[in-house]
Design a binder for this molecule. Structure first.
Ligand code: ATP
Ligand code: MG
Length: 406
């Protein structure tokens, strides 16, 4: 392959000052982690850019992995040469010759970031273009709609020639913006919510509420699989499985049947918050989407949310179900999410759950449980099993360059 280098472009370029250095260092660490299996790669971080040298590794395989690394907006396979006219012209020709199938039209776009180079970009467009044309039969210039745009970037550290840009996940490098606790059900939404917040630079731990034997071992396995899929994007993830049966059955006996979902959700938030405190997480993340079900009307979100003191991040709040499904398919969680095993909540959902719960009534119901409530919450926290989940390979993953992320 002529293009032995990859130019990596970062997102969130508005990050400035000291944060900029942190961004770049974390970015490099995340890229190296994600590409650890490709042992021959070498890295060159200079002049605020990241270059990866393939040294014989397969670009396509590296690209499939690189496209999912948060913080990267796009990347390009490139040829690197010295800042000399003859070398640049030769590189341009080889990159063009490697395009398959051979294009009929092209244009050259030279960017001269290094002003010490003797020819300006207009001159260079001609010098490079003429050389390529002279040596390629049946090729024409089309400045408006070329099949291939041959880009030449002249920078202090060298010149890079490329003609293909692969879109990547964007966002911030993982961990850049701290840690949060994801409430992970077995459904479609919460894994997507988790991925979206990871993309924003949050490291995640996940908590799942399990009501054995009302919910099966399989439903727990399903959530572990979902956490593994998320770990693909973060390297690893802690999954806290909370025994929820006692608390749930006790809440069911309070006699406030239509408020059952509200009460359960509030209990979940309280437990999640205690686990968050232990692990240094500064927010909770849920898959709630406005209006989707009774517990996600604005009135419900209000009454449920008041049980927590940490901020609750709801990245799906404004998304339509179809858009959520599209992301779920893209990130590889959909197939698992639609497996039929019961979630702990479906079992106790009344026929007509409250869409407009009254905070005072909900608080009264909780007060009736008195100290028992605190004891049950404490027991649930103590009985929590923590599983270290690592990533699984995806055989069905989309290939790099197939689709845009958003
Ligand atoms: P999801 O597809 O994520 O299950 P949903 O549309 O089914 O969402 P609900 O069942 O109302 O919505 O749940 C709302 C949110 O509450 C979920 O997105 C998730 O963050 C959290 N949640 C629900 N059940 C559980 C559970 N058993 N364990 C952990 N979190 C849960
Ligand atoms: Mg659900």
């Amino acid at each position: 392959m002529t293009e032995d280098w990859i130019i990596v472009r970062f997102g969130e370029i508005t990050v400035k000052g000291r944060n900029r250095t942190r961004f770049e260092e974390l970015m490099l660490a995340r890229v190296k982690e994600a590409l650890a299996a490709f042992r021959r790669l070498t890295y060159d971080k200079s002049y605020g850019r990241l270059y990866i040298r393939l040294n014989g590794e397969s670009f396509d395989k590296v690209a499939d992995r690189l496209k999912d690394v948060f913080g990267i907006v796009s990347f390009s396979p490139a040829m690197r040469t010295a800042n000399e006219l003859a070398a640049i012209r030769e590189a341009a020709l080889s990159v063009m010759r490697a395009v398959d199938p051979p294009p009929r039209t092209f244009k050259v776009s030279v960017k001269r970031a290094y002003k010490g180079f003797p020819h300006d970009s207009r001159e260079m467009n001609h010098l490079v273009g003429a050389h390529v044309l002279r040596n390629t039969p049946n090729l024409k210039v089309d400045v408006h709609q070329p099949e291939v745009e041959l880009k030449v970037e002249i920078r202090e550290e060298g010149t890079f020639v490329h003609c293909r840009t692969v879109p990547a996940a964007g966002g911030f490098p993982l961990g850049m913006n701290g840690k949060a606790m994801l409430l992970l059900s077995g459904g479609i939404d919460s894994p997507v919510a988790g991925w979206m917040m990871m993309r924003k630079g949050l490291e995640l731990e996940a908590v799942h509420f399990h009501s054995y034997p009302y919910t099966s071992e399989q439903s727990k396995e399903k959530v572990i699989t979902l956490a593994q899929r998320l770990a693909y994007y973060g390297g690893r993830m802690k999954l806290h499985v909370v025994p929820f049966t006692e608390l749930q059955t006790r809440l069911a006996r309070t006699g406030y049947e239509h408020l059952m979902v509200t009460l359960m959700r509030r209990a979940m938030l309280r437990i999640a918050e205690r686990l968050a405190e232990k692990s240094g997480a500064l927010a909770l993340v849920t898959g709630e989407s406005l209006g989707q079900v009774a517990s996600q009307t604005l009135a419900s979100i209000n009454v449920i949310g008041r049980a927590a003191t940490l901020p609750i991040l709801r990245p799906l709040v404004a998304m339509d179900k179809l858009d959520i499904i599209r992301v779920a398919e893209r990130i590889g969680t959909y197939e698992t999410s639609i497996l039929p095993y019961e979630d702990c909540c479906t079992l106790f959902v009344p026929n007509s759950p409250a869409t407009n719960p009254n905070l005072h009534i909900v608080e009264r119901a909780e007060r009736r449980l008195g100290e028992e409530m605190e004891r049950l919450i404490q027991e649930a926290v103590t009985g929590t099993e923590t599983i270290e989940v690592t990533e699984t390979e995806r055989s069905d993953a989309p290939r790099a360059g197939e689709e845009r992320w958003f």
